[in-house]
Design a protein. Structure first.
Length: 262
């Protein structure tokens, strides 16, 4: 089976790499060729457009940033659908808009092409370790608040993390992101501005279904505040910075001893 891959960023590159490691011949495209260098050096073939990728693949995966990117990559004049043969499969792994997924499905079906909407979660760690999941959750707010609470209380944060992560309070976010927060490492596994996009899509769908989801709306407001403070390109776990600022808690760029309890 020939595989096509479009989008070789923080998550896309390792995801594609796992397919190559499993022996699949892969053709790749990315808007910036340099970001596909590691895959090309491992033997991936390069295509000059999404259309060209699809012409050389039985299954094409897309992992790009925003719904507009998905639309261009799939439905554009040089998109995957323009090059896809009957019986081939298009798989979009971007967290995109349900209405766009339905539009792509209809356009693909008219050409005899299968289309799948398969958004993923798990960040760069999940991508690198082949442990990505389709998930719904609000764990990041809880993790950030818990660490700020422990910090203000004067507790040793490493001990707190070790104590709670193995019990009922444990979560994927606590295990994978809390150590980064303690190290003041806010490099993106999944960027804040992309997550704001995802939250907006979910809220728009909730409004369409006349659902009240106040927790989701609060999460969006907190992340919008974080982006407004200049941290839109940080990882989602940088939410702790916005919450610290709201509370007047010092959360410096480098680890330091916790303040005494108040």
């Amino acid at each position: 089976m020939r595989v096509g891959w479009i989008g070789t960023g923080v998550m896309g590159a390792p995801m594609c790499g796992h397919l190559m490691a499993s022996g699949y011949p892969v053709t790749v495209f990315n808007r910036t060729r340099e970001r596909a260098r590691s895959l090309l050096e491992r033997g991936a073939a390069w295509a000059d457009s999404p259309q060209a990728v699809a012409q050389n693949a039985d299954v094409v995966f897309t992992m790009v940033g925003f719904p507009d990117d998905v639309r261009e990559v799939v439905l554009g004049p040089a998109g995957t659908l323009a090059g896809a043969a009957r019986g081939s499969v298009l798989v979009d792994m971007t967290t995109s808009e349900p209405s766009l997924a339905r539009e792509i499905h209809a356009a693909a079906r008219a050409r005899g092409v299968a289309s799948l909407d398969a958004p993923v979660s798990g960040g760069d760690v999940g991508a690198r370790e082949a442990r990505l999941s389709i998930m719904v959750g609000g764990g990041m707010v809880a993790v950030a608040e818990a660490l700020l609470y422990a910090h203000r209380a004067g507790l040793d944060l490493s001990t707190v993390l070790q104590s709670v992560s193995g019990g009922a309070a444990g979560s994927w976010s606590l295990t994978n992101y809390a150590p980064r927060i303690l190290a003041r490492d806010f490099a993106p596994g999944f960027r804040v501005d992309h997550f704001i996009k995802d939250l907006g899509i979910a809220l728009a769908e909730a409004r369409r279904m006349r659902l009240a989801l106040p927790g989701l709306a609060l999460a969006e407001q907190l992340y919008l505040a974080l982006a407004a403070q200049g941290d839109g390109r940080q990882g989602t776990h940088a939410l702790v910075l916005a919450l610290a600022r709201l509370s007047g808690v010092e959360w410096s760029a480098t680890p330091s001893a916790p303040p005494p309890p108040r």
